[in-house]
Ligand binder design. Structure first.
Ligand code: FAD
Length: 413
């Protein structure tokens, strides 16, 4: 494939006069919040982050970053830091549930074409890289700071906003950015009503295996020695796996029908029940699951579009990431969309002059126009993948498999 894009340039921090510098509060120090902080700081504004958790620690498991996300990360100056923690898989394989290979996509060829890599991370490494960069650029971070409400403060041509914390104290800013994830309070504040995430009918078992045991097994060692991303598609369920931390950890995600009690979002899972669900699959899957001692279940929800707009009419409050458009993880794109949101928001804020409501509104309008259609498509496409990946054996499955095989041929394989 011919190169279509070159590697991005590393962005330099803009210099701004004090009366041209916004005070921005970001709610949530997750992937999207830290990304928005970096991009906003690079545009020359000031950033204070409010994080509900009592400490910023190691949460989550594997995250695949597709070339669109690594492009953003590289432009933020993170190539050398994150490159140390990333695994660069050779290809992605699509398999039937019994293990038959349908097609593959050569990641290295796509990297050459797109100019940026496929990177797989432990979320903690990606998060820490973003956190360090945000701090280096001047972000301040307050933990134990759960935002419960937002108030608006009008002063002539400028409207500011105050984030009201759970303890009643307030933090004021020219702009508040809600990046508080799928169970977003900011989304509800913006809408002025309750708005729980929508159940998808699926849950994810997420497990991390130590690869030492895998290396002792002839059938499993290839997963570690030759890093690739594998998707198995079966009736009502699928499975994904890939290597992390240079081969030290193996990430598995099993996507199955949701059987969690009402109201739960994460629970300790039962390993025996999980193994039972995959006992008849490609024999390598039960073998891998036998190496697992404990597991967590994550209920999978989505947030389809947010109407009428992502921002408050005062132009002093907006949202991004999962708070605006959480998707099923079936395209490995939720974090990528959050990072892209932050990148675009920061770039838009970098192009305004002064702090007036009119200027901020221009930036927020362009931000939303750039982001809405793309992110809504990803949510819809995630729903379609749910159907495609979980088809029962029969005519539809044969048609789907043919489609994947054609895709392989189309890509020259
Ligand atoms: P989060 O990362 O959830 O951050 C929200 C932050 O806000 C948290 O720190 C939280 O403590 C804080 N917060 C919450 N409420 C408040 C409040 N009221 N006040 C202050 N702080 C608050 N994406 C990919 O791109 N690739 C993948 O391979 C991938 N795999 C996934 C696998 C699974 C099983 C799942 C469930 C998701 C996966 N995702 C993946 C999606 C990805 O994890 C999310 O899309 C991404 O983390 C969203 O980032 P965010 O910043 O919007 O929210």
């Amino acid at each position: 494939m011919a190169p279509r894009q070159s590697k991005p340039e590393v962005l330099k921090k803009q210099q701004r006069a004090p009366d041209d510098t916004l005070d921005v509060i970001i709610v949530g120090a997750g992937l999207g919040g830290l990304g928005a902080a970096i991009s906003t700081l690079l545009s020359g504004h000031k950033v204070h982050i409010l994080e509900a958790a009592s400490a910023i620690g190691e949460v989550g498991a594997g995250i695949q970053c597709l070339p669109n996300s690594s492009r953003v990360l590289i432009s933020w100056g993170l190539e050398s830091t994150l490159g140390n923690y990333a695994t660069t898989p050779k290809q992605c394989n699509m398999l039937g549930w019994k293990g038959e290979k349908l097609s593959h996509m050569d990641f290295h060829e796509y990297e050459e074409e797109l100019g940026t890599p496929f990177w797989d991370f432990h979320r903690a490494n990606l998060h820490m890289g973003l956190l360090e960069r945000a701090r280096e650029l001047g972000a301040t971070i307050e933990v134990n700071a759960r935002v419960a409400d937002v108030e608006y403060i009008e002063a002539g041509s400028v409207t500011r906003a105050a984030a009201v914390l759970q303890d009643g104290t307030k933090r004021t800013a020219d702009l508040i950015v809600g990046a508080d994830g799928i169970n977003s309070k900011c989304r509800e504040i913006l809408l002025g009503r309750e708005d729980p995430p929508i159940l998808t009918g699926d849950l994810a078992y997420r497990l991390l295996l130590n690869t030492e045991d895998m290396l002792k097994d002839e059938e499993l060692r290839g997963f570690v020695e030759d890093p690739q991303v594998n998707y198995w598609m079966g009736p009502d369920a699928h499975a994904v796996n890939y290597v992390l931390r240079g081969g030290k950890l193996f990430n598995m995600v099993l996507l199955v029908p949701d059987d969690m009690p009402e109201g739960a979002s994460t629970l300790a899972g039962n390993v025996t029940e999980m193994r039972e669900l995959y006992k008849d699959w490609d024999p390598r899957i039960p073998k891998l699951l036998n190496l697992c001692e404990s597991v967590y279940k994550w209920r999978l929800c989505i947030r389809p579009g947010l109407d009428p707009t992502w921002s408050h009419e005062s132009a002093a409050f907006t949202i991004l990431g999962d708070a605006a458009h959480a998707t099923l993880p079936y395209l490995a794109s939720g974090a990528g969309m959050s990072l892209e949101d932050g990148h675009v928001l920061g770039l838009c804020l970098g192009r305004i002059s002064g702090k007036s409501t009119i200027e901020k509104r221009k930036a927020l309008d362009v931000y939303e126009r750039c982001r809405r259609e793309r992110t809504e498509k990803v949510v819809q496409r995630g729903n379609l993948q749910q159907h495609l990946y979980h088809v029962h054996d029969g005519a539809e499955q044969e048609e789907r498999d043919k489609m994947f095989q054609e895709f392989g041929k189309f890509n020259g394989r």
